[in-house]
Design a binder for this molecule. Structure first.
Ligand code: OFO
Length: 168
C-alpha cells in the first residue's frame, strides 16, 4: 500500500472514531435532557461511525498496511440546545466529507484506483448524512423555541433512528 495513502487512511480512522465518540456524547446529553428520540438517533449514529472506522481498519490491514488504533480527542459534552447539537452534527459531517475528499484527491494523484473505489462508499454515505443533518437543522430553525415543536421533533426523529439501526 502506498505509504501516503496508508497515512491518510489512518487519519480517516481517527476522524471516524472521533465522530463516533462525539455522537455518543450527543446521545448521552439528549438522554439526560429528556430527548429520547434524539438520543436514540445519536446512539445509532455513533454505532454507524464505529462501523465506518472498523471498515477502514480492515481495509488498511488487508491491503498490506498497518492500521493504527488512535487515541481520541475528548468530545464536547455540553450543548446549549437542540439547535446547538444539530449545528455540531452538521459541522462534524462537513468536516469528515472534506477529509474524505482529500483522500480521494490523493488516490487519483497516486493512481491508487483500488482505494479510490473503496472510498466511494464513504462518499455516498457522507452525501446522505450531510443531507440528513441539514434537513433536521432546517426543521429546528422553523420550530425555533417552541417546546411543543421540540417534543414532536423528538418523537419524529425516532423513525430516523430506527432506519439507521437497520443500516449497522
Ligand atoms: Fe462516517 O459517516 Fe459521517 O461522518
Amino acid at each position: 500500500m502506498i505509504k501516503e495513502i496508508e497515512n491518510l487512511l489512518n487519519d480517516q480512522v481517527r476522524y471516524e472514531a472521533n465522530a463516533s465518540m462525539h455522537y455518543l456524547a450527543m446521545a448521552s446529553w439528549a438522554d439526560v435532557n429528556g430527548y429520547n428520540g434524539v438520543s436514540e438517533f445519536f446512539y445509532a449514529n455513533s454505532e454507524e461511525e464505529r462501523v465506518h472506522m472498523t471498515k477502514l481498519v480492515k481495509f488498511i490491514n488487508e491491503r498490506g498496511g498497518n492500521a493504527i488504533i488512535p487515541a481520541l480527542d475528548a468530545p464536547k459534552t455540553d450543548f446549549k440546545s437542540l439547535n446547538d447539537l444539530f449545528e455540531d452534527f452538521l459541522s462534524s459531517e462537513v468536516y469528515v466529507t472534506e477529509k474524505i475528499n482529500g483522500v480521494i484527491f490523493e488516490c487519483l494523484n497516486h493512481k491508487d484506483y483500488n482505494t479510490h473505489n473503496f472510498m466511494q462508499w464513504y462518499v455516498s454515505e457522507q452525501l446522505e448524512e450531510e443531507a440528513q443533518a441539514r434537513t433536521m437543522l432546517d426543521k429546528l430553525n422553523i420550530i425555533g423555541d417552541d417546546k411543543t415543536g421540540h417534543y414532536m421533533f423528538d418523537r419524529d426523529i425516532m423513525t430516523f433512528a430506527k432506519a439507521s439501526e437497520g443500516k449497522v
